[in-house]
Design a protein around this ligand. Structure first.
Ligand SMILES: [Fe+2]
Length: 225
């Protein structure tokens, strides 16, 4: 059972409203996409047909302002294992992002049903995973705090026999179908290792690098669920 949004560590998540706990399956965008109106609706990722649950949100203005100067040049990428109850002390290195990240850790653990969470916060300056691919994980949470967001492809637009060839056009013949997350968006991406999802992992990639733009990306994974 998810806590009401207003109790998630006091962050700026929208107030819980039963009438607003709707999700929109979005067949015009992608048959496998659930567009979520709020944090609670991300539980849609549990639906077998859904491999991408996307909550579009704007970062609070004060957080966006804080990220203009953070992290500094000396900051190093962060990787740790934590729990919803210990993240406030485990992840102090996330600086001004700590309240938001702590809330997302709790949200993620509730949705997936996992006791602990592997957290990565990385500054990305290169192309990352530039080829369209699937992840061999259960459900992964991604949130980009700065720079262009993760790109993904609707199920009905991909040719899975092109995966692993290093040829994006073989996976996605119509590049116009490529979708992209925006800064602040919270995406739950279902991978190949989620029970019953073999052969249906969400196809995605890192966005192409832009000169002088360092992305800041949060990634949450689970060991069990
Ligand atoms: Fe990936």
């Amino acid at each position: 059972m998810l806590p009401t949004a207003s109790t998630i560590d006091g962050t700026a998540f929208p107030a819980s409203n039963p009438a607003a706990h709707r999700l929109h399956l979005a067949p015009n965008l992608a048959p496998n996409l659930a567009l979520c109106e709020n944090a609670d609706a991300l539980t849609a990722i549990r639906e077998p047909a859904v491999t991408m649950a996307l909550w579009r949100r704007n970062l609070p203005a004060d957080l966006a302002d804080a990220l203009e100067d953070w992290p500094g040049k000396d900051w190093t990428n962060l990787r740790l294992t934590t729990t919803p109850d210990s993240v406030q002390t485990d992840a102090t290195a996330t600086g001004p992002l700590l309240p938001d990240i702590a809330a997302l850790v709790r949200l993620y653990a509730d949705v997936v049903g996992c006791p602990s969470v592997t957290l990565r916060l990385e500054r990305v300056t290169g192309n990352g995973c530039k080829f369209l691919h699937v992840d061999y994980v259960g459900v992964r949470l991604l949130c980009t705090y700065r720079g262009p967001g993760t790109q993904w492809a609707p199920d009905d637009a991909v040719r899975r026999d092109g995966l692993g060839t290093g040829n994006n056009a073989a996976v996605l013949p119509d590049a116009r179908r490529l979708r992209r997350m925006s800064v602040g968006d919270v995406g739950l991406l279902k991978g190949e290792s989620w029970p019953g999802n073999r052969g249906r992992g969400l196809v995605h990639r890192s966005p192409p690098a832009r000169p002088g733009v360092a992305r800041l990306v949060l990634c949450l994974d689970h060991d069990t669920h």
